[in-house]
Every structure is written in structure tokens, then in C-alpha cells.
Design a protein around this ligand. Sequence first.
Ligand code: ADP
Ligand code: MG
Length: 662
Amino acid sequence: GVSDEAGPSRQSIPHTNGMNSGSISAKAKVIQEQRRRLPIAQGRDALIDEIRSHDVTVLLGETGSGKTTQVPQYILESGIARNGMIAVTQPRRVAATSLAQRVALEQSVPVGSLVGYAVRFDEKHSSKTRIKYLTDGMIVRELMSDPLLSNYSVVIVDEAHERTLRTDLLIANLKSIQKQRNPSPNDKGKGKADSSNPLKIVIMSATLDAEKFSKFYHNAKIIYVKGRQYPVKIYHSAESQLDYADAAMRTFFQIHTDQPPGDVLIFLPGQEDIEGLQKSIQLFANQLPVDTPAVLTCTMFAAQDNSQNSKAFNQTPPNTRKCILATNIAETSITIPGIKYVIDSGKCKEKQYLARSAGGGFDTLLTRDITKSSAMQRTGRAGREGMGVCFRLYTEEAYSNMAVSGDPEILRCSLTSSILNLKFASALKTLWLLGAIDNNQQLTPAGRKMALFPLEPQYACTVVASKAFACTSEILDIVSILSASSKLFLDITEQREAVAEARRKFRHPSGDHCTILNAVKAYREITASSNKHGRREWCRKHFLNERTFLEARDIREQLVVTCGRVGIDATVSAKENEDAIVKSMGHGLAGNSAFLQADGTYKQTMGQTIIKVHPGSTLCDKKHPAIIYDELVYTNQIYARGVSAIPKGFFLSLSAFKQRKA
Ligand code: ADP
Ligand code: MG
């Protein structure tokens, strides 16, 4: 018989409403069998005992052992989290949504009921929710309205080894929350801690450097879960590859034609590489002789929607080789079954803070070499279900020169010092400039409103400012496009002329923000008058990314709800008053402004950096005395992107600006 300890005892799970009463379907049986076979299942009881008897537990386990999907369910089934929800944090939104889906399936409930998720611009949970997967960014946001996280009994900090800025901030915050919520022997009788609702913390990590976390929490116990790892044969390139995409493609087809069946996982730095290589592989696969097995490509990256990402989990059809192209999301967050071969480009994208000028630098995404620790994780993906092979598109020497592990994001990115020691840095200055905090670093009433918007502070400020300028509807149109994960205007180098021609239609003399607005309005008209196919064709013809429109529509809906909460009427429209729109944008982007100089370049108003207007901008060859911009891109020059002209005198109307200049 099946041991009851390892298996989930369905009767003990509350809130399932007897969905499985009587007959458990064949598929559900298979899933329960898979759960029982996971390496972590053997340690279930010991793990529960540890968590029950300690405030903090550090859990270290190889990728695929079952940490992320099983531990929350074990805690739920054990009754440890009787007074609140179980939060499971993830650095990436794709991981949060797809894991919630998987765990809901394992519990035989729809997503959003017992098992839910919350990521920026997308939430599915209800009063029934007991296990909530959420991004580290979302839980840090919840801290603002609920500083003790009182809705949660257990917070599981997952993927802690990635050391993202927000995960690190969360870990720091949880320590002080626990001090306030959990009774300690010395506190007895002082009535300081609220012992009725203590908080448990579980830190989960996939790599070996868990001691740091344990030390931080007064030497919390570290529990190890062994994974299943079969040997993986590693091949390095004989010489270094200049074009890793091309090398990946050749390697894939070598595997496909010479090697036994088994799916292939290719690690690439980002979305563009993935989409480019997917096209090439499909094109080439169609030309293979008919007796060669078919090739099925799937992609996985952060900006892609969940239904696309989850295709990688589908069973590979017969006589087919699945080829999954992924970013480092597949390194530890998500385990795809069936992988026998890994191709590792040796590259990843990493956020980097370029502190170039006194007025503050900026974050940028750079493609760079991975670390040894990443290389090992990637290799490991090939040996989950049997012996595997890993092809590294870099030399053995390059491997030996790799850094052992990366710097935590907190050492690389702009918010660091400011948020942690709240003394000095551009983040505070930005918040102050936006009117979100006052001279004493206290949140202002406007700041309180801004904090509720799931937006970058600049754009939250813009939305709040739009009330006074009576143009909220238009500002929501623009800000939701700017907050989508991919750009609206596609740049296709080979068709530069055609692109420019198509764009001219939307061009607005004030700059890129109203140009975006024109495109949104045009798309809205097309949506009203034509079907899905017509819309797609129209977007293609105008080199517009329809996915951005669709994502922006969802974002806009959420922003309308938040506007309602803070008393901003989202339907108020500027009509043809562009001046109001640009000025609202200017309130948020005052820190991103520059004045024209005699030589035709611009100089930051808040710093010393000399910038040029990006060639893709509507204003690239028009000079204006003052501009605002969405971002700076750093190539051989520093370019401002998303630019609008603004009256030079506008800045004088901003009180923070006046104070600063004074
Ligand atoms: P860990 O967190 O230890 O890396 P997980 O709990 O994420 O492990 O995954 C455990 C197992 O569950 C994986 O081996 C994988 O095969 C399976 N799994 C996870 N998500 C899915 C999914 N969406 N579809 C199918 N199987 C999944
Ligand atoms: Mg995991």
C-alpha cells in the first residue's frame, strides 16, 4: 500500500469542497503519484516538524526536488498556517503564475480559489485563497499597506539564492516583522508581540550558499533535500564562438540528426535571441528530409504570457523532438520534464546600474557572461530523468575564468543604498522630486496615493498629477503602454523606410508621448470596426506590436480601479488639449529632463550628463529648448528615448524644482 505520510491526504485539506468526492480521475491519480515520487516527499514529516518547531527554516534543495510546489502544500495540509495565508515569493512573474497553476492542478481546484497568485497587473485570488504565489515585488508593495504582513502566517521566500533586490529587502523586513509578531521568552508579559498570529519564515534556495541566510536569522537550521541527479556529459567548444545564436542552431541540428531521442533545452540571454533563433530553427527544420523526426519549438521568457510559456510542459508528441528556448528562468525557477540535452550559450542579461553622473545614473540591461554557479545549474537540467549531455558554447578556459557566483542585485542597482539606509541616493531624491516624500522623508498624501499604483513612481506621479490637468483618460492610455513589457513601436532595421513612413501617421509635433496616444486612438478605432484578423493585419502593416496593446489594455483596467480607490475620475478626458497631457507627463518626468545647449545636444537639468535624442524618436531632428524623456539608453552614446518637448518655464512651476535650485 501507499504510505499515508508521504502522500497527500485529501480529507485533511480544507476548502476543497469535495471536488473529488468518490472518484478521483485517472489524471488526478497520475498527478498524485508524481507528487509522491518527488525527492522531497520522503522528507515531508521531518520537514513539517522542523517548520512547526522553529520560527525560521532554511531549506536547501536541488532544482526539481519539489520545494516550490510541495512545501506550501505540506504546510497547508499540516495545519501550521491555520491563522493566515501561505505566501510563496518568486523573483519572476512567469514562475509565480505557472507554479500557482501547477499547484492548483495538484489540489484539483481552479486557480484563484484555494491556490492563487498575484503579480504586477495580474491577480487571481479570493477570500478562499490559502496558498498565494506572488512576485517579490508584489509582497514588498503589500508591505506598504500592511507593514506586518498580517494576512500571512507563513512567508516562503523562494529562489533566495538569486539575491534579487526585492527578495533581499523582503528578507530584511521579515526579520523585524517577526520580532514584532512573534513572542520571545524575554517579551513575556510585556504585551509587545502579538502571539495570536506569529509568523513563520521559510527561506528556500537552490544553491549551496545558504549559510548567509541562516546567519542572518540567528543561525537558523538548514535542511537539505537531495535531488535526483544523473551524470551529465559536458562538451565545451574548442574555440570561442562569436555568434552564439548560430552556434546554438548548429549544435541543435547536430543533436537532432545524430543523437538518440530526448528533448533539448537552449539557454539564451533574452527575448530577441529566443525569437530569432526559434524562427531559424523552424525554417531549417522544415527543410529536413521527410524521414527525420519533427521539431517542435517552445519558448520561455519573462515577458511572454503564461499560456505560451506553459506549452513547454506539454507532452512531446511521438516521433518529435521538443526544443525549448529559454532565458535563465529555466535555470532554477521552472523545471521542464523530458530534457536530455542542454545547449548553454553562456550568456544572460543582467540589470546594471551605470552611475555615471552626479545627478544620478540609470539601470540598463546588459548581456554578459554567466557565472560558474549558473553554468552548473544549466548543465544540471540535462540530468533530471536520466543521463544527459550538455553542450557549452564556450571553451573550457572561459568556464574556468567565470566568476564563481554573481553579485547580489543590491550591489548592482540604483535603489540600494537609498532604501536600505534611507540617507543618501538618487532614489530618495527622485521620490522627493516627485512630491512623494517631504523634506523629512515622510510619505506625503500624494505619495500615499502613488504607492497604491503598481507603476514606476514617475508614472504613478503622472497619473496623480493628471487629475489637476483634467486628462486622466489620455494619461492612462499612455502610461499603460509605457508599462507594458514590450515596446509598442517595432524597429525593423531592414525596413527602416517603410517603418518611418508608417509611423508618420501617428506622429505628434509635441513628441513621443502624444504619438503613442495617437497610435492607441487609431487602434481603438480599428478594434471597433474590424475583427481579430483585421486588427492583426493593421498592426503588422503599421509595425506596431499588438501584444503591447493587449497587455496595456489589461494594465489600464487595473489602473482605472486604483484611480477609483484614490478618488481620481479616470474618465476625464483632455479632448484636444495636448499641453495638459505633456505637463502631466512632465510632473512625473521632471527628473528626466534636459535643456538644449548651444551645440545642439541636451544637458540633464538634474545632472551633468550630455544626451542626444534617440534616432527612433519623433523629435530626433527637431530642437526644443527643453525636453522630458522616459529613459536613457546607453550605447556608444547616451540617448534619451520616449521624448516630448516641454515649455522651459514649466519646471519653475514645480515646487521641488524651485527648492532644489534655490
Ligand atoms: P523545485 O522548486 O525544488 O525546483 P518544483 O517544486 O518547482 O521543484 O518542481 C517539482 C516537479 O514538479 C518538477 O520536477 C516538475 O517536473 C514538476 N512540475 C512543476 N511545474 C510543472 C508544470 N507546470 N507542469 C508539469 N510539471 C511540473
Ligand atoms: Mg523552485
